[in-house]
Write a protein that binds this ligand. Sequence first.
Ligand code: MG
Length: 378
Amino acid sequence: MLASYAVHVEESLGRRFPEPVHPYRNDFQRDRDRVIHSRAFRRLEAKTQVFSRRYSDHFRNRLTHSIEVAQITRTVAAALRLNVDLAEALALVHDLGHPPFGHAGEKTLDAAMRAHGLFFDHNLHALRIVEDFEQRYAAFRGLNLTFEVREGIIKHSRDYDAATHPELAEYLLNQRPPLEAQLIDLTDEIGYSTADLDDGYEAHLVTLDQIRHAIPVFDCFFREVEKIYPDAPRKLKFNEALKRVLDRMVGDLIANTEKRIEHAGIRCLSDVRAHKERLAAFSPEVEAERKGLKDFLYENVYYSPSLAEEKNDAERIVSQLFRFWVENPSRLPHQYEQKAGEESLPRVVCDYIAGMTDHFIIEQYDRYCSSEGYLQRS
Ligand code: MG
């Protein structure tokens, strides 16, 4: 059933610590399940994607975003006859390393680390979570995931330079990742751009007219929907049009990736790895539409004045707490204080903060940094 260039689970490069075969789940299914049962995965529920809880309980958070990306990824992987189990595990794990407060939290944490000559990268952090921080098994630290899942965590969205990252040498940095991992960056983008448009519209940050005017592909589908359902409520027409935008991106990703695989004469996994560029891609036409949608979201949702105050709060909370613990390591929880003896203190503080949920970090801020109390104020 699998394409010859898919990752075949029997050929997995395996786990760091060999384990007995499971009677009814293969190794990639087990990895997917290990991610689902991890603490870091559960905490995604209380981490901001774009909109905080202050807006609405039915907007996306990092957990529901990850589940939506997994759904889209399964569809695309199955249509391309790739390994759906591996692709699903990679989709569910792809945002595991994100700190609280969405992009603002990530930027602030990185800036705080750079002041110490270090940096924060969410993919590398996700690898640390699954390799070290998760403690569920008596025989080893971490989740003991297969090579292919660890490789996908690192390589799904970007290439790391082998010279600057000697610690990642085992992940074949001079080769492309398998197609299952290549898909994630694109299915992630399909997932969040359509979802953020939906939530942005619901939050009244953008109007239907604005969307129709700025995004021709949406407008085209909206006209089609109006002909089929002239009497439907506006929000349902919006949903129908948005669904068609999503379907178009998914269909194009499948068809265009298939075409590129054929054109490049790819026959096996090593061909995928050795190819000069990634094979998973939208067609130029849909790529331009994707970019148009993304630009619109940046301008009207992500950088909307309505979200500015929250971003400022996020920046203040993350940077002040970071400074507080670097200056007062004795106020860290015992296990982190101990780790500071083995690793640099800023790295330990960064790991601690990156693991927090939005509400936990706000509590910490109120406890250590704020006299008036963030929670009371907002
Ligand atoms: Mg994502």
